[in-house]
Every structure is written in C-alpha cells, then in structure tokens.
Write a protein that binds this ligand. Structure first.
Ligand SMILES: CC(C)(COP(=O)(O)OP(=O)(O)OC[C@H]1O[C@@H](n2cnc3c(N)ncnc32)[C@H](O)[C@@H]1OP(=O)(O)O)[C@@H](O)C(=O)NCCC(=O)NCCS
Length: 374
C-alpha cells in the first residue's frame, strides 16, 4: 500500500546547494552561511552573488554583478505601456506576474539553456522586478514614472522609484536587510513551483511567473498583507485577547503564525522584530508592535505556534510607508534571487518532476451511458 504525504510534508524532492531550513533547531542557511551571519553584515547584492555562485563575492566580483544588475534597469517600452494601462484596481502582485510573463515575450534568448545566457536572464529579472512593482504603484496613482538611476542599490532604487525621492540611509538599510532575509528558503511552495516548471525545460519567465502565482496565496507570501489587515481589524491593544480567542474558537488561521518546517522560532523573525520595534517607535505608532507581541505570545501559549517571517515584516514595511498590497510584491522582489538560482540549479542537473497520486475516486469499470440517458 502506497503512503500518501499530503502537501508533500517530509518528502525530499531533490538535492540543493542553495538553502537549508532546519526546522527543529530554527536555523536557516544560504549556501552554508547561517542567516545570522548574513543579515546586517552583507548587502542584498552580495546575497544575489552568493546564490548564483555559492560563494560570497570579493570587491571586484561584487562590482561586476552590481554593474550588470544596474545595466538591466530599463524595462521594454511595451511593458511600461502595460503598467500604465493596467486596471488601477488590479492587485500589484497580479500585475507583476503578468509583466514578468510579458518580459518573456521581449527576450528572444528565452529557450536557450546555455548557463551564461540563463544567468544573464536571472540578473535581468532580479533587476527589473522591483521596477515593475514601483512603476505600477506610481502609474495607478496617476503619477509620473521617475527615470531609472544607476547609482542606487537595489533596495534604495525600489524606494526611490516608488516615492520619487532618494530614501534615507536607514530606510535603505532596513529594506536591504529585509531583502536578505527573504532571498532564499529551500523548497517552499513558490520555489518548488519554479523548479517544477523549469524541470519541463520550459523557460525562466514561465517558471518565475508561476512562482509569483504560488507566492500570492495567503498561506505563503500573501500572509504579510493578511497580518496588516488583521491588525487594522483588531484596531487597539486591549481588543487583541478577545479577537484572538474568537478567531481560535472559529478555527481561523492567524496570519504570520505557524510554519510547515519550523517547529521553533523562525530565525528570520527576530531580525524583523527588532527592526519593527525600532521603526514603529520612531513613527510614534508603538501600538502595532504591542498588538503583534500580544498575538505572538497568545499563539505561543495557546497553540505552541511561533511567529514566522511574515509576522514582523508586515510592520516593517508598514512603518516604511509602503502600501499593504505591495508587501507580497516586495517578498517577490527579494525571492527573485532564490527562485532564479533554483531554476539554474534545476537545469544544471535536470530531471522532470512527475510524482504519483493515490486514486480514491469511483470504482474502476464505469460504463459510459449515452448522454440522453444520463
Ligand atoms: C504556514 C502554514 C500553512 C503551515 O501549515 P501546515 O504545516 O499545513 O499546518 P496545518 O495548517 O495543518 O496546521 C497544524 C495545526 O496548527 C494549527 N495552525 C497552524 N497555523 C495556524 C495559524 N496561523 N493560526 C491558527 N492555527 C494554526 C492548525 O489549525 C492545526 O491545528 P489542529 O491540528 O488543531 O487542527 C500554517 O501555519 C498557516 O496557515 N499559517 C498562517 C499563514 C502564514 O503565516 N503563512 C506564511 C508562512 S511563512
């Protein structure tokens, strides 16, 4: 009798050199580096290099990658027209998924599995994904689209395009650390999706469009938006307890809490929590973090569940003045490095993903009755 692992829980689907999530210990590694060795110590661009080459860059290597990323900052005119014409009420994550798919139509090298070609495509996607999100956000408000700049880091450039102003060093650093923390996470649903699509020898743009679709769901990357909606709904610190009790009684999922792999605290959460506390105090709105803390404590005590990466990143982005519906797109911006690195790795040792299913339907041997007699 075959064993079914619902949700593929506990199944090892492939080997990877990119990331390792140690759920029992609450540890996360990128290419052998503990996330605590990276967060705050290296830039997002260094992490991009690490994921593409499995080693941290020296100055010359970083300079070369940075130049390559910045050289790709011009979007095709057709994509810009789409961002201007897309419905203003469309979800930014949907616009992003569609724009990535469109980029594929403008790239004639897309069926070439040459490693250098594909790494160039990966660099292009890492570079352009943030521009797509920022430009749509401007366009939907009827604002102009600031020309791209080549002198800003990935994090600073996104904030600049979104707001039209060069961000403070602190805002840049905060987003940069958030990018580092979200860059890679093993075989999560969206990365696995990207690898499944890549395993058919489809192209990078198809794999990434599919990954964005997977990330969007509230059980995955969409949870960070759900956290702010929840905090807004609760409204005040003294309403938290009753709200959580009620949600638990109704068997509702609390967004930003729980994890398939981590059975202890998500190691990314303390970094984001620290930034969230600092920012919400500076902003003069400490109630957000106070409410979050109370929810986290209740969930730990009542259900033995901990906060995950989305729980505090929501407050960080909110405090940076980023609109809620851009939270999941920001997750996509930072995860683009992990997704594309996984697609490259998939192609380097490809085998088509094709699992089995356990049939539990009607008995075999059903007879086709003519349509008018059914
Ligand atoms: C991430 C997640 C999908 C993992 O789910 P999973 O491994 O499939 O675990 P399950 O959904 O089967 O949950 C197991 C138990 O914990 C409970 N649980 C898990 N997460 C919960 C949450 N966020 N709120 C309330 N209860 C939760 C379930 O109700 C279930 O309880 P039961 O055994 O009494 O029925 C789940 O924790 C979740 O939905 N979290 C909220 C969404 C979120 O933050 N996603 C981002 C992940 S980084």
């Amino acid at each position: 009798m075959s064993v079914v692992s619902k949700g593929l829980e506990g199944i090892i689907a492939a080997e990877t050199r990119l990331g390792e999530v140690k759920g029992q210990e609450g540890l996360l590694y990128y290419c052998g580096y503990d996330i605590n060795e990276l967060a705050g110590k290296v830039s997002y661009e260094e992490v991009v290099y690490l994921l593409f080459h499995q080693s941290l860059p020296n100055r010359a290597e970083l300079e070369k990658l940075t130049t390559a990323l910045r050289a790709e900052r011009e979007l095709p005119e057709g994509v810009i027209q789409f961002l201007k014409a897309a419905p203003k009420k469309a979800k930014p994550i949907d616009v992003m998924r569609t724009a990535v798919s469109m980029l594929g139509c403008y790239d004639t090298s897309r069926h070439d599995l040459d490693v250098d070609e594909q790494r160039a495509t990966a660099i292009k996607l890492v570079s352009q994904i943030g521009i797509i999100a920022a430009y749509f956000h401007r366009a939907r408000q009827g604002l102009d689209l600031p020309p791209v700049r080549k002198d800003l880091s990935e994090a600073a450039h996104f904030l600049y395009l979104m707001s039209g102003e060069v961000p403070s060093a602190e805002a840049e650093k905060t987003l940069d650390v958030a990018y580092v923390l979200h860059a890679e996470h093993g075989f999560n649903a969206s990365t696995f999706t990207a690898r499944v699509v890549a395993s058919t020898l489809s192209d990078m743009y198809s794999a990434i469009s599919a990954a964005i679709g997977a990330l969007k769901g509230p059980l995955h990357g969409g949870a960070n938006e759900g956290v702010i909606h929840m905090l807004e709904e609760i409204g005040e610190v003294d309403k938290v307890e009753a709200w959580v009790e009620d949600a638990l009684a109704q068997k509702k999922k609390i967004m930003g809490i729980g994890h398939r792999v981590y059975k202890v605290l998500d190691p990314r959460a303390p970094h984001l929590k620290e930034m969230a506390i600092k920012l919400s105090n500076e902003l003069g709105e400490p109630k957000w973090i106070q409410m979050s803390e109370q929810i986290a404590t209740m969930m730990r005590e009542r259900k033995g569940l901990n906060a995950n990466v989305d729980f505090y990143s929501a407050t960080v982005y909110y405090s940076l003045g980023i609109p809620t519906d851009l939270f999941t797109p920001i997750f996509a911006i930072s995860r683009m490095s992990g997704w594309t690195a996984h697609v490259l790795e998939q192609w380097s040792e490809n085998r088509l993903f094709r699992p089995l299913s356990a049939y539990v339907g009607k008995p075999f041997g059903q007879v086709t009755v003519p349509i008018d007699e059914r």
